[in-house]
Design a binder for this molecule. Structure first.
Ligand code: ZN
Length: 212
């Protein structure tokens, strides 16, 4: 569902450009709104969410899909935790659909899906691990890296239930906006993947914008 935001950029309280292959980690407080902007288009933002007061509670793809009865995320979707509590709500979306079943890229999965020599290529899982090792204040460890959302990524589910990593439906300037329903740690890997069309084979920056 397409819903445009009525927030003014002039009133944003925080802005950060995240280069391809880089990460973003921060806490957004209950009531704050976070926008992820696909600056140049066709870029996947692989994102994890944790309860800032207790990171053992985190975003759950399975609870979210079951509660909304749909595998795609868009405006109106409520992102549920593994305790089945609402964490965030997508309040605006100009892309139309986001994936939460395709998982994030890792050097290991790159070797299985593509070729053994892809092992040394930078992957989202590396960016997440770098983020939590450079920011011990969030209390996250390797075991906290679980299922994620791929904002702007297009993973259509076929009639027979198959998944395909398809060319993106996002474009330059499209965005998704989330309102925090609890104090939430946001961890984004701006995907560096070069082996499938999730970034149009040309990873580009995204911008994170926050409103109080
Ligand atoms: Zn990735």
């Amino acid at each position: 569902m397409m819903i445009e935001s009525n927030l003014s950029l002039a009133q944003a309280t925080h802005k950060k450009t995240v280069g391809a292959g880089d990460y973003y980690i921060n806490v957004i407080k209950k009531g704050q709104v976070l926008r992820i902007l696909d600056i140049e288009g066709n870029q996947a933002a692989d994102t994890l969410f944790y309860n800032a007061d207790d990171p053992a509670e985190r975003y759950s793809a399975t609870d979210t899909i079951r509660e909304q009865g749909n595998v795609y995320l868009t405006a109106g979707s409520v992102l549920m935790s593994n305790d089945c509590k609402p964490m965030l709500k997508i309040v605006a979306d100009t892309c139309g659909r986001h994936d939460t079943v395709g998982g994030a890229c890792a050097s290991e999965s790159n070797t299985v899906r593509y070729a053994l020599e892809k092992k040394c290529m930078h992957a989202c899982r590396d960016s997440w691990l770098l983020a939590i090792s450079e920011h011990p204040e969030y209390g996250l460890s390797k075991r906290d890296i679980t299922h994620n959302i791929n904002f702007f990524m297009n993973v259509p589910v076929t009639e027979t239930g198959g998944l395909s990593f398809a060319d993106g439906i996002s474009g330059a300037g499209k965005y998704v906006e989330l309102e925090a329903l609890m104090d939430t740690i946001v961890l984004v890997s701006n995907c560096p993947q070069l082996n499938n069309p999730c970034n149009a084979y040309n990873p580009t920056p995204v911008e994170i914008i926050v409103w109080n």
